[in-house]
Design a protein around this ligand. Structure first.
Ligand code: PLP
Length: 383
């Protein structure tokens, strides 16, 4: 809704400042681009194995082993056209009509829609700000039924940045042990975007006994600023991976050969941009959090991971714009930001939380400072 309005306003010539990006504003590192050019000139321009090239699978296995302490064989790995395709494949292969998919809210917008496309029923579990937007074991227990197929876990989370500790994952694993029919899909795409001293953990690593019903999803989009290259991957039990490869063979015939060569360079080459980008994101995060919390009626905690601020605007509900429009939801607030200040943000209702709105700090410091100024001005217009 706000996205459509932003496009309309831009088409009318308005200079809309967009803080909606779900992708790094950094360039893909040079050595990765060079690997792609080399792949082209070397003739790596043909169909590859549907589930990914052997060399990329080897690089992914190395990544899982070195970074996560997880041992996967090539037969337990699939490469897809982005993590999104991997998630799509998994649900399409496993969800039968009426099966339930537990989606903790706030959630990445695609989970419920993919579950619905697969014929499943998304079961939303509220994870309020008071519990750090994290799924609580008792709430998970309550949500599980005989029809539950999957639990979708995303840490660090889009949009809240919530990042589960080892102990928190252990507590969820404890619940899952009582329900052997429930599988876990962990979407770890923001693994390398974690701030402060928090250490990344993933379910198959902290609960090895659940590894045979866990699909660990990751990719190069966010860590290496490679969203347009469209390479994601998943690792899990070989029977599941085999079914996913079969589905992929009749949809995309496997990922792009050149992008796969680039992904090998990303995973096996120098890793220094991960740390330097993270330091830059962390500075921006602190600046935006401070600026937003200085605005009367806006509240946010500093997210532990990803590059989004998920801020509460519910204290503004009931106020009116100068033209008399009442702000009753984050949709109204986001529309007011757009109409009065030419600022595009995203409404929390898209993520299952209508009291909040999301802004991305994958933008320059100048853009972020200007964005915060516009948010403050939009607030001042309400009474
Ligand atoms: N998972 C989450 C939580 C995301 O936010 C995104 C992209 O915004 C993706 C997956 C998609 O990643 P990819 O570009 O690898 O398809």
């Amino acid at each position: 809704m706000a996205g459509q309005r932003a496009r309309e306003l831009r088409a009318m010539g308005r200079d809309i400042l967009g803080l909606t990006a779900g992708e790094p504003d950094f360039e893909t590192p040079g050595h990765i681009k060079e690997a792609a050019i080399r792949a082209m000139t070397d003739g790596q321009t043909r169909y590859t194995d549907v589930g990914g090239t052997p060399v990329l699978k080897e690089a992914i296995a190395g990544k899982f082993l070195n970074e996560n302490g997880l041992a996967y064989t090539p037969g337990e790995i699939i490469v897809g056209t982005g993590a999104k395709q991997v998630i799509f494949n998994a649900l399409m292969c496993t969800v039968a009509a009426g099966d339930e998919v537990i989606v903790p809210a706030p959630y990445w917008v695609s989970y419920p829609d993919i579950a619905l496309l697969a014929g499943g029923v998304p079961v939303f579990v509220d994870c309020p700000a008071a519990s750090g937007f994290k799924l609580q074991p008792a709430d998970l227990e309550r949500a599980i039924t005989g029809k539950t197929r999957w639990l979708m876990l995303n840490s660090p989370n889009n949009p809240s940045g919530a990042t589960y500790t080892r102990a928190e994952l252990q507590a969820l694993a404890e619940v899952l042990r009582r329900h052997p029919h429930v599988w876990v899909l962990t979407d770890d795409i923001y693994e390398h975007l974690i701030y402060g001293d928090i250490e990344f953990a993933t379910m198959a690593q902290v609960a090895p006994d659940l590894k045979d019903r866990t699909l660990t999803v990751n990719g190069v989009s966010k860590a290496y600023a490679m969203t347009g290259w469209r390479i994601g991957y998943g690792a899990g039990p070989s029977a599941l991976i085999k079914a996913m490869v079969k589905l992929q063979s009749q949809s995309t015939s496997g990922p792009n050969s050149i992008a796969q060569a680039a992904a090998v360079a990303a995973l096996t080459g120098p890793q220094d941009t991960i740390a330097s980008n993270r330091r830059e994101y962390e500075k921006r995060r602190d600046m935006v959090v401070a600026s937003l919390n200085a605005i009367d009626g806006i509240h946010c905690a500093a997210p532990d991971g990803a590059f989004y601020i998920f801020a509460s605007c519910s204290a503004l509900f009931g106020l009116r714009t100068r033209t008399g429009v009442a702000i009753e939801s984050s949709d109204d607030w986001v529309m007011h930001l757009l109409d009065s200040q030419d600022l595009a943000a995203l409404q929390g209702s898209a993520y299952g939380v209508p009291t909040h709105f999301r802004i991305s700090f994958a933008a320059s410091t100048e853009q972020l400072l200007e964005g915060c100024r516009r948010i403050a001005r939009a607030r001042d217009e309400l009474s």
